[in-house]
Structure formats: C-alpha cells, structure tokens
Design a protein around this ligand. Structure first.
Ligand code: ATP
Ligand code: MG
Length: 422
C-alpha cells in the first residue's frame, strides 16, 4: 500500500495588507535626478526603495516639492556601504544622509514601524507606555513597507512612489484623498493627535499651504485634542509655528489655528487679543498677508521679523497706555518665550525690531540706517504699512538693497565658560 505523501501545508496567509497600485501621473523630470540615482543603486543591490512623504504628495498635487525622501529595506549600514558620500546620523533612529553637490541631502531611511507593546518592554521596562498616555516616547523599530506607511501622519503623506515603474503604492487610501484634496489621518484621528499633538499643527499647515480641505472627523478631533498641544516639546512647537509663518500661507494658517482653538493653547496672548477684538486686532491678518506676499516675491523675512509681526498687536496693546511700557512689554514677551521656548537671541531681536519699526512709523529715522538691523526693521515697517493700508515712505523703497546688511558684522565673542581658567 502506498502511503500518500502528506500534502504540503498551504503557505501561511501573509498578513501583509495588499496595497492599491496606481499609475502615477508624474513626469520623471519633476523628480530630483539625484534621488532617482539613489533609488536605482539601492535597487540594483536588491533592496526595495521608494520615494516617500512630502515630495510624493506635492508631486501628485501638482505643487513644487521641497525635497525628496527615500524609504528603503536597506539598513543604514548597508546604505552607507553603497554610497561614498553618505553619513549616518541620529542616535535614536539612524538615518542615512546622502550628500550631493550644492549641499543637497537625500534623506534615506529604513522602513520602520511604530513600536508595539513588546518592543517597548524589550526596549526599556521602566519606560513602558501606559494605556492612558499615548504620547510616543519610544524609538521606532525597523519594519515592513506597509508598516512604514501606517506610522505616518496623514494619508496624503503615506504614499510610496516607485520611480522605475512610475506607480504609486498606496497602503493607506492616500490616493483617494489626493484626488479629493483632503487631509485625513491614517487611523483614528483622536488617537493620532494624542500620540503626537504637533500633528494638529501639521494638518493646519498642509491644509493652508496646499489649499486642501480637512476631513470633518479630523477637524473635530483637532478641536477636541487641542489642549494636548501643551504637552508637546516646546522647541518643536516653535519650529512648527515658524514653519506656518514661512510656508507662504501664514494668513490662512493662523486663521485656522485661531478658528480651531489651537492658538488659544499655544499663544493665549495673541488669541485673547483677537477674541477681545480691539480695532487693531484685525491688522494681524494684513500683516500675515504681507508676509505671504513677500514669500511669493522670493523675499521671505527673517524669523525675527515674522515673529515680531505676529506679536505686534498684543505688544502694542500691552505697551500703549501702560504706566511702565518696558515692564508691560517684558511681561508679555516672557509669557510667549516661556510658552514656546523662544531662544533669547530671537527674543532680543524681536524687541530691537519692534522698537525700530515704531520709530520709523513716527518718522524718526535718525541713526537707524546705519544699524545692522536696519534692513530687518524696514521690512517689519513695510509689513505694517501694508497692514494699515498706509503709503510707504519713499526712503523705504529707495534704500539701496542690502546696504545695511552688507556692513561688516561685529562678531560677538562667545563668553568663556570658565573665565580666568587659562
Ligand atoms: P514638508 O513639505 O513641510 O517638508 P513633509 O510631509 O515632507 O512636509 P516632513 O516633516 O519633512 O514633512 O516629514 C516627512 C514625512 O515624515 C511626512 O510626509 C510624514 O510621512 C512623516 N512624518 C513627519 N512628521 C510626522 C509625525 N509627526 N507623525 C507621523 N509621521 C510624520
Ligand atoms: Mg519634507
């Protein structure tokens, strides 16, 4: 009797979700040739490699991508072995930076996933994540492409572009949202905003900058979770606020922040100023509009100018009519500085610029044209003229471009840590 060979068991069903694959309407010319080179070399060496993140999103939306990031199955050391011009950076999660001419960096990261409970226990017993506290505190771990897509914040940011097949690989429903031009979280919005409240500001940034709608459930969660912003790292909050100012859609961004109540959490002084609605409050929208106009003209103001323009309303409200103007100013600024961890140099610069631009409004130029901050102060003053609909004095446009900034800088020596310890 011949025994039948036992049938080989069917392979385990893979629990890897199947992505949707779309033909991409992307012209290869629109993609950075150096990024394509990196992908080609990784693939020739049997690794998976895709373009990911903001670059893919912008390409698909018809916007100009700022930069292109790559996600790959290759580990950082394997990437380094393939590229001479490569630096591995990051202590917590290591990334490869591949350097090209002109200081261009192509960031190449290994696919990773959000850590599971086991990873965390393994990682560090004492730092275990409890159920109530969803704030991500743990380093990510290497993962599969679909896991790498799922850990990202919004569906429009979770797409992979396969530059060789010219296809988009979609594990997160991002293509539907690109077509519908809508910001939607990957997964439960409440959970994703509690994990990382900075995502609330990122949703605002993408909606404002790319003129996208926000899914109503996502809006609801942004409002419900806005207080969580107070728990985020303050330098990240300042950086995100500066990005909102720099993005070319400062007006829309801050309007959305105010409307959704995020401004009240991050900059209560500014939100109160708008809520109280003194006649000057609405000048803020004009100032932000001026910043957006300058950005479009390729003349984005410095961070200090933008921050000063943002705060000018509450500053003037506090200072004008105060018995002790200096004290009123300091008290207001200290709150802002504490809330957002504004570095001291930036804070001091704001003070200088506000003072100078107020003197310019008073028509007193005096020695200002000889100051190294003259150009910045003049920009702030120009923003103010725009907001108030006032005529720009002739000197503002006649001043030789860059005259003040071209002066040799007086270097401030760093104070020694141990004076006299020589
Ligand atoms: P931008 O054009 O402003 O650079 P971006 O989408 O590229 O927008 P980055 O901050 O450069 O934003 O991040 C790159 C990618 O990393 C994002 O597209 C997203 O997929 C992911 N990412 C960034 N920040 C987060 C976050 N807080 N939570 C989850 N994923 C994030
Ligand atoms: Mg980016």
């Amino acid at each position: 009797m011949t025994r039948m060979e036992p049938a080989t068991p069917p392979p385990e069903p893979p629990n890897t979700p199947e992505p949707e694959v779309y033909d991409a309407e992307v012209r290869p010319d629109d993609v950075d040739p150096d990024a394509l080179k990196v992908i080609r070399r990784l693939r020739r060496n049997k690794h998976h490699a895709y373009l990911v993140g903001g670059g893919v999103r912008d390409l698909l939306l018809g916007a100009k991508p700022k930069d292109f990031d790559i996600a790959t199955s290759a580990r950082p050391n394997e990437v380094r072995a393939l590229f001479r011009n490569c630096r591995v950076i990051g202590r917590r999660f290591r990334l490869a930076h591949i350097l090209f001419a002109g200081g261009k960096i192509i960031e190449t990261a290994t696919f990773r996933r959000d850590p599971t409970e086991e990873d965390i226990v393994e990682d560090d017993e004492s730092r275990r994540r409890d159920d109530v506290d969803l704030l991500i505190r743990h380093d990510n771990v290497f993962g599969e492409p679909w896991e790498d897509a799922m850990r990202r914040d919004f569906t429009i940011n979770g797409l992979f572009y396969d530059s060789e097949a010219n296809t988009v690989i979609d594990y997160v429903g991002g293509m539907r949202d690109i077509r519908g031009r809508v910001v939607r979280t990957i997964g439960q919005p409440d959970v994703r905003f509690r994990e990382d409240p900075v995502r609330i500001l990122r949703a605002i940034k993408f909606s404002a900058r790319l003129d996208l709608g926000i899914d109503p459930e996502v809006v609801e969660a942004m409002v419900a979770q806005r207080e969580e912003l107070a728990r985020a790292a303050r330098p990240r909050l300042l950086e995100e606020i500066l990005r909102l100012l720099r993005g070319g859609a400062a007006h829309r961004s801050f309007w959305l922040m105010w409307e959704l109540g995020a401004l009240g959490v991050l900059m209560p002084q500014l939100a109160m100023h708008l809520d109280d609605d003194p006649p000057e409050a609405r000048l803020l929208w004009g100032r932000l509009d001026a910043i957006d106009t300058l950005k479009r003209a390729g003349a984005l103001p410095t961070d200090a100018v933008m921050l000063a323009a943002l705060l000018l309303g509450p500053i003037e409200e506090a200072v004008d009519g105060a018995k002790d103007a200096t004290r009123a100013y300091e008290a207001l600024m200290q709150e802002v500085v504490d809330g957002l961890a504004v570095p001291r140099r930036l804070k001091e610069r704001v003070r200088t610029l506000v003072g100078a631009s107020r003197r310019m409004r008073g028509g007193k130029l005096g020695a200002l044209p000889r100051r190294e901050y003259f150009d910045e102060a003049a920009t702030l003053f120009g923003i103010e003229c725009h907001a108030r609909g006032e005529r720009r004095p002739d000197w503002l446009d006649d001043r030789p471009a860059g005259e003040a900034v071209a002066r040799p800088r007086t270097r401030t020596r760093r104070r020694r840590r141990h004076p006299g310890a020589e």
